[in-house]
Design a binder for this molecule. Structure first.
Ligand code: DLL
Length: 432
């Protein structure tokens, strides 16, 4: 078993001591340097000295994406601009982008966290990493890049898109690792097949996939498509970028780098922290960042935490694979539906391809949900009957999972838009 750092395996007591010391430092830092936190803490009647250990985390104020927007662009920074060496931003489908900053030490910590993830996946300095996450304001490209170099691997900074070139380099550069969104990996594999190239014929052995929710069924499809290990990487720009949490070889949830990012899962209604194993919104407190150490940042990602020991030996707490964001959750006639639930059904159906989109509308004041999913080659040339049979099968499966009647429509191969980054799975016609 390969660990990058000793912090991954410290005892829980040691961990608590490290977290407590770092939290106290951070609280002092934001109280002194960020007027927003100074005001919030005073409103709660809190002084930095009241926070004595990590157990006091629950008394601190929450931070939301809206708070970042209200202080756009640099209002929540806790370091002076002369110490900030990098700025990223998340595009945000609605409203202003969210701007995040890093000092030199922050960048060093980020490199370390990324190297931790890569070594847990079994990547070493002998690997050639084709980095197909987008370079730019998005944290994916540069985040993975620096971590890969720090590990000592050779990184090919191709960025996202340019699929033919990706395939050419996969073949000619002998890349052993690919890093991109899971939906883009599927697209690359599909394009290879269309070009008559066997996706299993390259030197690839590991894929590092994240930046969007993906199911275990999707993992199996990608693994068998390329003949690789498909590993999960989780992160968000407000906390760091890629490198917040990672799959180990045991695959029993993602290890959170909790010596830097302390997680909580809260009940979205009461905002009270939940016990391990209970599902709620993931919240992070960044205890080592200098430029943007947010207190109790509400991610909107829905997951559970596991505190029992992992067989890999790491004592880093684990979280369930993130299968949805609270803002991706559709409420259809009162039933909560996550796109990942639908994905898990569709990907089990042999006659369909793993490309789908959900179309939500409101007709006569009633919410409707249609699932458009691509049929595999050949199904359309068969009798209409077999199309109907597959549609009916998926409808029934979805009904037994969700208790909801969903209209399923099989569409011709290659008619659903492919993604080179984060896939867009939902078209909500109610939001015009
Ligand atoms: O997506 C950072 C990243 C880049 C992670 C490359 C992994 C790989 P944002 O653009 O700020 O940052 O989007 C963060 O994406 O809150 C989740 O909803 C979702 N997300 C990220 N990784 C995963 C994952 C990057 N492995 C948002 N599984 C997060 C599920 C994920 N959802």
């Amino acid at each position: 078993m390969r660990y990058w750092q000793n912090e991954e395996i410290v005892s829980l007591d040691e961990k608590k001591a490290i977290q407590s010391e770092r939290l106290i430092k951070t609280v002092n830092r934001v109280y002194a340097n960020v007027p927003f936190y100074n005001k919030k803490m005073k409103e709660l009647g809190l002084e930095p000295g009241d926070i004595k250990s990590i157990d006091d985390l629950k008394y601190l104020p929450f931070t939301t994406k809206q708070d970042l927007r209200d202080h756009y662009p640099y209002g929540l920074f806790a370091a002076p601009m002369e110490e900030v060496v990098r700025i990223h931003a998340s595009s945000g489908t609605t409203g202003q982008p969210t701007v995040v900053g890093y000092t030199k030490n922050d960048i060093r910590m980020w490199e370390d966290m990324m190297a931790r993830c890569l070594s847990a996946y079994g990547v070493t300095k002998h690997d050639i990493i084709q980095n197909a996450y987008g370079y730019g304001l998005f944290t994916g490209g540069l985040g993975v890049h620096h971590g890969a170099e720090h590990l000592g691997a050779a990184v090919v900074p191709i960025s996202g898109g340019n699929t033919k070139k990706q395939i050419q380099l996969l073949q000619e550069f002998g890349s052993t690792v690919i890093t991109c969104t899971p939906s883009y990996a599927l697209y690359i594999g599909e394009t290879m097949k269309n070009m008559g190239i066997d996706p299993r014929s390259t030197n690839l052995r590991v894929g590092v996939f994240g930046a969007e929710p993906w199911t275990e069924e999707m993992r199996e499809q990608i693994e068998s498509l390329f003949g690789i290990d498909a590993m999960d990487i989780y992160g968000l720009s407000e906390v760091l970028g890629p490198g917040v949490a990672f799959d180990c070889q045991k695959r029993t949830g993602l290890h959170i780098n909790d010596d830097h990012f302390v997680p909580e899962v809260i009940d979205v209604d009461t905002l009270e922290p939940l016990a391990g194993g209970e599902s709620g919104e993931l919240v992070f407190t960044m205890i080592t960042k200098e430029a943007l150490p947010l207190l109790r940042y509400r991610t909107r990602d829905i997951t559970k935490l596991y505190t029992d020991k992992c067989e890999c030996g790491r004592t880093l707490v684990r979280m369930d694979k993130v299968t949805g964001r609270s803002d991706d959750m559709l409420i259809i006639r009162g039933v909560n539906v996550f796109p990942s639930q639908i994905e898990s059904i569709i990907l089990k159906v042999a006659e369909t391809a793993p490309h789908y989109v959900l179309i939500v509308d409101r007709i006569n004041n009633l919410d409707t949900l249609e699932v458009w999913v691509e049929a595999k080659e050949g199904l359309f040339s068969d009798a209409i009957k077999s199309l109907e049979k597959v549609e009916k099968h998926i409808t029934n499966e979805l009904f037994s999972l969700l208790g909801l009647h969903v209209k399923v429509k099989l569409v011709e191969p290659r008619t659903i838009e492919r993604s080179e980054g984060k896939a867009k799975r939902i078209i909500d016609k109610r939001k015009k």
